[in-house]
Ligand binder design. Structure first.
Ligand code: NAD
Ligand code: G3P
Length: 329
């Protein structure tokens, strides 16, 4: 497995391209924006989405057909745009090509996870999921990182791990794609809640409570959808929840913090060219949880406030008024 296609050249696609290149692979990047492709291929890094990080020149274009012949493709397109890009990419994907889904979220229009979107648009691909605690800037600087790499077939998992892993980028194989996807999608919504706690100065105890009770919400949903609870205890669940809820380096956490400090969602998003996946995923997550009969009160509080059904104060009051119950329920 030598030629790795990278679908999407935001911060994460760029960092993954860099680490795959450092692992000895030939990378080919697809960028939506021609100026991003030009900068990457001319060795000027990615000033639009990953500013301040020097990178070697990497082949990049805005032509999806340049990904034809890839031995595997890492998909790093924001979730709400993935269906359209996959549809356009499909004619260039050979049967049996692994597509590793590296985006984190749930599609609003269908309540689908990315594996379902992939199956509907590029059915000839073999799905895999890469998820876990990993800030793009850390990976692009070569700092140590570990992630979950989920796919059904362990031999393919081994091949993918050998292809993109290196001492400072350490994939761990799992056969649980659903668990890996749910962990990545839900942690973004919970990070918004943790940001609100920080912005409103509700204290570190409340912060820890959100992480632990949020972890219970994430696990319940994953199990309801057919995932394994054990997967959520790993890098793609608890690991990513801890990272994303710990640092305003996270777009989701910093978004929540700004909300808690009194800014409007619209104003915060208007200042960003980067994606804050938890905002679009929150309503899809709650609709999915309702469909599955899964209780997710913290995520629901985030959705209620983002949808302007409740103020932050009302959502917090509701959470604190819930009946006392046993911890494992
Ligand atoms: N940045 C990270 O640290 C990180 C780490 C792990 C996972 N992720 C996940 O990777 C995914 C991509 O995030 P990112 O941080 O690389 O993006 P980013 O915020 O750096 O950049 C935004 C991306 O959105 C793309 N985009 C905007 N409009 C589009 C459209 N209409 N069609 C297709 N693409 C469009 C841009 O081309 C750009 O690549 C997200 O799901 C995110 O959760 C990010
Ligand atoms: O900046 P965020 O909130 O999108 O988080 C980035 C990664 O998902 C952290 O693992």
């Amino acid at each position: 497995m030598q030629k790795i296609g990278i679908l999407g050249a935001g911060a994460w696609g760029t960092a993954l391209a860099f680490t795959a290149r450092e692992a000895g692979r030939d990378v080919q990047i697809w960028a939506l924006e021609q100026d991003v492709a030009d900068a990457l291929s001319q060795g000027r890094g990615n000033p639009a989405f990953l500013p301040g990080i020097d990178l070697p020149a990497m082949p990049a274009s805005s032509d999806l057909s340049d990904l034809a012949g890839s031995d595997a493709i890492l998909s790093v397109v924001p979730v709400q745009h993935a269906r359209r890009v996959f549809t356009d990419l499909s004619p260039h994907v050979a049967a049996g090509t692994p597509i590793v889904l590296c985006s984190k979220g749930i599609e609003q229009s269908s309540l689908s996870l990315m594996t379902d979107v992939l199956h509907e648009t590029i059915p000839q691909a073999v799905p895999a999921v890469l998820s876990g605690p990993s800030f793009a800037a850390d990976v692009a600087r070569g700092l140590p990182t570990a992630v979950t790499l989920a796919c059904a077939d362990q031999a393919l998992g081994d091949t993918l791990m050998q292809a993109i892993g290196r001492p400072t980028f350490r994939p761990y194989w799992s056969n649980d794609l659903i668990g890996a996807e749910v962990g990545g999608a839900v942690k973004n919504v919970l990070a918004i809640a943790c940001g609100v706690v920080e912005g409103m100065k509700l204290g570190k105890s409340a912060h820890a409570a959100i992480i632990a009770r949020g972890f219970a919400e994430m696990t319940r949903l994953a199990v309801a959808l057919g995932g394994q609870a054990q997967t959520l205890s790993g890098l793609c669940g608890l690991g990513d929840l801890v990272l994303t809820c710990s640092s305003v380096q996270s777009r989701n956490m910093s978004f929540g913090k700004a909300l808690g400090e009194g800014q409007s969602a619209e104003a915060i998003l208007a200042e960003r060219n980067s994606v804050t996946e938890g905002v679009a995923t929150a309503p899809a997550l709650i609709a999915l949880a309702e469909r599955e009969g899964v209780s997710m009160p913290i995520c629901e509080a985030v959705d209620d406030t983002l949808s302007n059904r409740m103020s932050l104060d009302e959502a917090i009051r509701d959470l604190l008024s819930r009946p006392f119950t046993q911890e494992t329920s």
